[in-house]
Design a binder for this molecule. Structure first.
Ligand code: PXL
Length: 278
């Protein structure tokens, strides 16, 4: 049996639902061997509204992790998550270019869902510019939510499918081969969770039922990780995105609280559903 291998360059979400924890759990559920190059550790303050705090790791330590994985082992696909500084973004971009990595998923993480957003470490404008200039041109696919898509594309707030299409087209013009703009549950005036995939030619509007739950912490990481796992197995971008949409929808349907703040998606739900439907 061939073992497919995926890498994530991401932060550690100490609470376990997002970041590299979401990535590893998702890789595992989809039958792909996962490896991690950590950029930062995110902790939450239990005494101050679960405010997220980001502690960056040394860039030299990141470089050693990347050498271990990329030069020492090799990967079939990779993703980026929370990067946190222009230097880290540059390091990720250099790694992709120098090793000619092809199945590259850029999840341009800027904010964590769930906790009170005004307390969150929003990605700085210099990080947005570095992602736009250094990572989008190397992306097989980028997976922004509405907020991230607007920041990267330089558009005003996106409120409908037409705006999502315009932003996706802009991201492809900036160099991404494919762009998946995720409306998810944030798109107003619809009872559907809608995402738009654009490959430079056609728009694919992907809709599932909107699930009414506050427990969507890590949904974006999980979605991008599922795309990465499917690409690692050699599947096409549209096939990978459709499996990933089912994976994250199943995870959100089975999501659960850990405490009084936004809980995680259930990474084991998709496989359980597949087994139940056999
Ligand atoms: O969901 C975005 C996200 C990504 N990466 C890490 C995180 C979070 C949100 O908490 O902690 C490490």
């Amino acid at each position: 049996m061939k073992h497919f291998k995926a890498m994530t360059i991401a932060g550690s979400d100490t609470s376990g639902g997002a970041g590299m924890q979401a990535d590893l759990k998702t890789f595992q559920e989809l039958g792909v061997y996962g490896m991690t190059a950590l950029t930062c550790v995110v902790t939450m303050d239990p005494f101050h509204h679960w405010a997220h705090s980001v502690t960056m790791l040394d860039v030299d330590l990141l470089k050693k992790q990347l050498a271990t994985i990329v030069n020492g082992i090799g990967v079939d696909a990779m993703k980026t998550g929370m990067l946190g500084s222009p230097e880290v973004i540059q390091t990720a971009a250099d790694t992709i270019r120098n090793n000619k990595l092809k199945s590259v998923v850029i999840d341009p993480v800027m904010i964590c869902k769930g906790a009170e957003e005004e307390l969150q470490p929003e990605l700085q404008p210099e990080n947005t510019a570095a992602i736009r200039e250094l990572l989008l041109p190397q992306a097989l696919i980028t997976t922004p939510n509405l907020y991230e898509a607007a920041k990267l594309a330089g558009t005003s707030v996106i409120t409908n499918v037409d705006g999502m299409k315009k932003a996706a087209a802009r991201l492809v013009a900036l160099g991404a081969k494919n762009a998946l703009v995720k409306g998810g549950s944030r798109l107003k005036d619809t009872d559907q969770a809608i995402d738009v995939l654009y490959d430079g030619k056609n728009f694919d509007v992907i809709a599932r039922e909107k699930i009414d739950t506050p427990n969507i912490h890590g949904a974006g990481c999980t979605y991008a990780a599922a795309i990465t796992a499917e690409l690692a197995k050699g599947n096409s971008v549209p096939d990978a995105v459709h499996v990933a949409k089912d994976f994250v929808t199943a995870g959100i349907r089975a999501s659960f609280p850990l405490n009084q703040y936004a809980g995680p998606t259930d990474h084991s739900a998709y496989k359980r559903q597949l087994i139940a439907n056999k």
